[in-house]
Design a protein around this ligand. Structure first.
Ligand code: CO
Length: 303
């Protein structure tokens, strides 16, 4: 720029005018834009080993929304009580919204840290809506960010990110087994099946089952046997490698997946990393938080 100005000094006034206009428009934008804030909502965890995952998610959101406060809410009362007793309290959804309001936030981005739109996501939506009813006019907009996996695009992005993150640890012919949560009454079962298909598309040796959903351990075992797999890598398909990952998946008890697979003759390795520790997965959450689609303070547009 400076060399252009040296060559053409007559452009200097124009250049200065342009700078002044830019500065004025930035100021105007700052005046007009409502203060934004982010509320990250997770079930919660009290397992210290699971915290690196949440810390990484927190850092990604702070980097993506540098001017916004980023507040956390845990929906599990049991976990909140446990943490309060240990002197490291985390609030619930209403606490988080109140904190953002106190901070002068007018535009809230509530981001679900759930893996799929199941029961807990529905409860999150209900809790936010009820809180908005109790405090009408507190915010100008409250956008609800969708969970990690909803669209085909999400599933492809997540499967690519998870497989890339495994890197060279896994050798050719070795299988990956992902443990999803799932729910007994079936919410998100089909999202799980869609995700499973996307993983299979990326890599036929990725197998998935759930703790509580329709596809369980017995289906997994039959599938692994049919593929004549010898060695498997176990990894949770959950944001944190918490209690399910450490006990139900990789625990020493004889009913853990690791123990049952070993008993069935498989070689077993574990990769106890929460999805929040996978950078490409965090990117999907951040992308969902940036979508200004579902503003819970406004009526849907009439069609
Ligand atoms: Co559970």
């Amino acid at each position: 720029m400076s060399c252009i100005l040296r060559k053409f000094p007559r452009f200097l006034p124009l250049f200065l005018l342009l700078l002044a206009l830019m500065a004025a428009s930035v100021q105007a934008a700052e005046r007009k834009a409502p203060k934004e804030g982010v509320l990250l909502v997770a079930f919660g965890t009290s397992v210290p080993e699971a915290l690196p995952s949440f810390k990484a998610v927190d850092a990604s959101f702070k980097a993506a929304f540098p001017d916004s406060p980023v507040v956390w809410a845990y929906t599990s009362q049991i976990i909140r009580r446990k943490l309060a007793k240990q002197d490291r309290p985390v609030g619930g959804i209403s606490d988080g919204l109140a904190e953002l309001a106190r901070d002068g936030v007018k535009l809230v981005r509530v981001q679900s840290l759930h893996v799929m739109p199941g029961e807990e996501f529905t409860e999150l939506e209900r809790a936010v809506l009820l809180d908005l009813q109790k405090h009408p006019g507190r915010f100008e907009a409250v956008y609800l960010g969708r969970p990690l996996l909803e669209s085909h695009k999400d599933a492809l992005r997540v499967s690519k990110a998870v497989l890339a993150d495994m890197g060279d640890k896994r050798q050719k012919g070795e299988a990956v087994v992902l443990m999803g949560h799932g729910q007994a009454h079936g919410r998100a079962d089909l999202v799980f099946e869609g995700t499973r298909a996307s993983f299979k598309e990326s890599d036929p040796l990725v197998f998935m089952a759930t703790v509580e959903g329709a596809r369980g351990f017995d289906d997994l075992l039959a599938e692994l046997k049919a593929h004549k797999v010898k060695k498997v890598w176990l990894q949770p398909l959950m944001v944190v490698a918490g209690d399910h990952a450490r006990n139900d998946l990789a625990g020493d008890e004889e009913d853990s997946w690791a123990s049952r697979l070993k008993a069935a003759g498989f070689q077993v390795e574990t990769n106890l990393k929460g999805l929040g520790q996978v950078p490409g997965v965090r990117d999907v959450f951040v992308a969902h938080a940036k979508e200004n689609v579902d503003d819970l303070t406004k009526e849907p547009k009439k069609q």
